[in-house]
Design a protein around this ligand. Structure first.
Ligand SMILES: C[S@@+](CC[C@H](N)C(=O)[O-])C[C@H]1O[C@@H](n2cnc3c(N)ncnc32)[C@H](O)[C@@H]1O
Length: 260
């Protein structure tokens, strides 16, 4: 509880210092946007997000996309790193407008100034052939998740390249594994101070593999795993997650335990 209060204080202080407004929970019901298999706006935690993206050691050859970019927090963190370009895909144009304002207001030097915001359903969005890092903070579930993942895999088959998926609060981890087309590279705690790697408070990074086996081997050699041995979540993984909306919107909406 005390750690949660400290975390909330740190988040508020960071927002003030950066001059941005990305902390709000925003619900699709209030925006007149359909809700099925879509998760509302809740921002990634600043510090864990920074840590996860820095661990990728991106270069100017990398292009970053945030699936479900919301108020733009992940885009702001990505812009601190030397990505060639950054794309946010967000189903709500109202959120995109606020993200645009955050990007223009943010204090401090950005290392990447090429940030594009696309208003689209990720399920219908064509993955640009140069995207190499895809970030997802639990933006969607179920069939939508499967459809988006299938589009990413089709994109690397058509335009072979290493593509890393950074999945924060990975409730659909088993769907990722079921694709048979990924290798888990890294896992860090998504809370501060970093706790154990208890699901779902983890950020998992996977390498998406092309269907060409020799190319897949080449990419695997290029991105060594950073996993430590003996972590329990590497075995059978049950996120046991619960997503909660306010009571006026129905309270608990999704629970992997009761689904299975
Ligand atoms: C949990 S928030 C993450 C916000 C941001 N990525 C971050 O890390 O701070 C999920 C976001 O995904 C968006 N979203 C949900 N379903 C989507 C879809 N099918 N296509 C595009 N965006 C979607 C929501 O509107 C919301 O802004």
């Amino acid at each position: 509880m005390a750690a949660r209060r400290v975390r909330a204080g740190v988040e508020r202080a960071l927002e003030r210092r950066l001059g941005v407004d990305t902390a709000e929970h925003v619900y699709h019901e209030d925006l007149g946007v359909a809700t099925e298999n879509r998760v509302w706006h809740d921002p990634s935690a600043w510090l864990a997000l920074r840590r996860a993206l820095r661990r990728l050691t991106p270069t100017e050859d990398d292009v970053f996309v945030d699936y479900g970019s919301g108020l733009g927090r992940a885009l702001l963190v990505a812009a601190e790193l030397p990505f060639r370009r950054i794309i946010g895909v967000e189903v709500s144009e109202a959120l995109n407008e606020r993200a645009r304002a955050n990007i223009s207001r943010k204090a401090g030097r950005a290392r990447c100034n090429d940030v594009e915001l696309v208003a689209a359903d990720a399920l219908e969005w064509d993955v640009p052939p140069d995207v190499t890092v895809a970030y997802l903070y639990c933006p969607f579930t179920g069939d939508v998740f499967d459809g988006v993942l299938a589009r990413m895999l089709a994109s690397i088959d058509e335009h072979p390249r290493p593509l890393r998926l950074v999945y924060n609060y990975p409730v659909e981890h088993e769907r990722v594994l079921a694709s048979g087309r990924v290798r888990l590279l890294d896992a860090i705690s998504s809370v501060w101070p970093p706790g154990s790697l208890r699901a779902p408070e983890v950020i998992l990074t996977y390498l998406a593999l092309p269907c060409d086996a020799s190319l897949a081997d080449e990419y695997i050699a290029r991105f060594p795993r950073r996993l430590r041995r003996g972590r329990h979540w590497l075995g059978p993984y049950r996120p046991h997650f619960v997503l909660e909306k306010p009571a006026r919107l129905g309270g608990v909406v999704l629970d992997a335990e009761s689904k299975s």
